[in-house]
Design a protein around this ligand. Structure first.
Ligand code: GAP
Length: 440
């Protein structure tokens, strides 16, 4: 399957089965933002919950935060975004479309839209922050920015969180939330959009201990993706060269995935030094120092940041899970999603619509839902087709109530990946599924 084929198939499956829809589709769509449907919203929530439990619940040295999207405009002056959060932009003088100057086609001198040769204007720097006005007066004193990263909400709350949670350096603050960037060329489905979600964690350390913590966080974050079942050969680190480093970073590594359109970043690990806290100290006039208890030593902590794009990670797991297999002369499409993040965990079927099977199956489905296990009941069509529909959306287990169930109270549980079937007592299904979601 070619790379374009795979992307087309993913986009089409995502729409058909309720993972991702184009935003405002009935108006022709916006192209640069997407809506998550019933299955997509579950997938994203599962990714975020898994990230939150590994960062905040499983560790006693990271606290959670939910800072507002709109912040004081000086935040973005201090952070360097007003001055430096720019991409070089060129305009084609033939079709008047605008592009990032560093796109390969543009560098080769050909317009990606109309094909005109060497018709670009000189590059100019374009700031990616969205601006709006706060309050009823639309003048420059009311300008606010819609945050392009969640990190700044963490820095300005550093002392609030440290003091209220009685944390000692080293410790971290984690946050999940929306970020917005007026990207010049969004694209590749949910890969580069103008509205997206980030799961970011800022880890505050003593200067001098930053490099060791950086190594540790690189390892932990890569392991997190491997534990999600992403194929190892499709993941790699990419170290930023001097020309790639963001204005705040001393050192940065991307975690990249081998997408159908090439190796691309979906998480960044950055050593931001004391850049952000020092700048906020300077611009706000408030001290943002930490006082080390036994020695009374004062210092502005260094920050190691891990910044995962939730939408890009959703694309990673979808692309990595997509398989087409030959089974009994038929092609079956499977999303081999890890059970931890699969939107639906179980589908329950009566083999036929008689002999009390629908009632038993309906009760199993209700028991699973009551135990907060997302389940789906389906009694329509041939059993093979019902299996295929669930394979395509990534449901790990199909539970079938058949003649034997009526006699001995057991059901078959079919595994999406191995296609093996085992018999399990119907009254043990909830416990069986709970065990298997955690084990896998
Ligand atoms: N706070 C640091 C920061 O924002 P970044 O490398 O610019 O660093 C971090 O962004 C992550 O956010 C990226 O790895 C990516 O997954 C996600 N991201 C950034 N821009 C995006 C966009 N336009 N669309 C979707 N995700 C994006």
């Amino acid at each position: 399957m070619s790379a374009t084929d795979l992307m087309d198939k993913l986009v089409s499956l995502a729409k058909r089965r309720g993972y991702v829809f184009q935003s405002s589709e009935i108006y022709g769509g916006t192209g640069s933002v997407w809506d998550y449907g019933p299955l997509g919203v579950e997938l994203k929530r599962n990714l975020k919950d898994r990230w939150w439990s590994s960062m905040v619940h499983a560790r006693d040295d990271i606290e959670g935060l939910d800072a507002a999207i709109l912040m004081h405009p000086k935040v973005w002056e201090a952070s360097g975004h007003v001055e430096g959060f720019t991409d070089p932009l060129v305009e084609c003088t033939s079709c008047h479309r605008r592009f990032r100057a560093d796109m390969p086609e543009v560098e080769n001198g050909q317009c990606p839209t109309c094909g005109a040769k060497n018709a670009f204007t000189e590059p100019r720097l374009f700031n990616l922050m969205f601006k709006t006005f706060m309050g009823p007066v639309e003048d420059s004193s009311a300008t606010v920015y819609i945050r392009p990263e969640t990190a700044q909400g963490i820095y300005v709350n550093f002392l609030n969180v440290q003091g209220s949670a009685r944390q000692k350096v080293p410790f971290g603050i984690a946050q999940i939330g929306k970020a917005f960037r007026n990207e010049i060329t969004p694209g590749n489905f949910i890969f580069r959009t103008r509205e997206f979600e980030q799961a970011e964690m800022q880890f505050f350390v003593k200067p001098g201990e930053d490099e060791a913590w950086f190594e540790q966080w690189m390892e932990l974050r890569m392991q997190w993706h491997l534990d999600l079942g992403i194929r190892k050969e499709k993941l790699r680190f990419h170290e930023h060269g001097p020309d790639e480093l963001a204005h705040y970073a001393k050192k940065a590594f991307d975690i990249e995935y081998d997408f159908p359109f090439g190796w691309k970043e979906f998480e960044g690990i950055h050593n931001r030094t004391d850049f952000d806290l020092s700048r906020h100290q300077e611009f706000s006039g408030k001290r943002l120092e930490y006082i080390d208890a036994p020695t009374n030593e004062r210092f502005v902590p260094y920050v190691i940041e891990t910044s995962m794009g939730v939408d890009r990670t959703a694309l990673v797991v979808l692309a990595d899970a997509y398989r087409e297999e030959e089974v009994d002369g038929d092609t079956r499409v499977v999303l081999a999603l890890s059970p931890q993040i699969a939107p639906i965990k179980t589908a329950v079927f009566p083999l036929v619509k008689k002999d009390g099977m629908p009632e038993i199956a309906g009760k199993i489905d209700a028991d699973l839902r009551a135990a907060a296990i997302p389940s789906f009941y389906d009694q329509s069509g041939a059993i093979g087709r019902r299996y295929r529909r669930q394979d395509e959306v990534g449901t790990p287990w199909c539970i079938t109530v058949d003649g034997e169930t009526v006699e001995d109270g057991t059901v078959t549980v079919r595994d999406r990946d191995t296609l093996e079937q085992e018999r399990v007592a119907a009254d043990q299904i909830v416990a069986w599924v709970r065990d298997h979601v955690n084990v896998n």
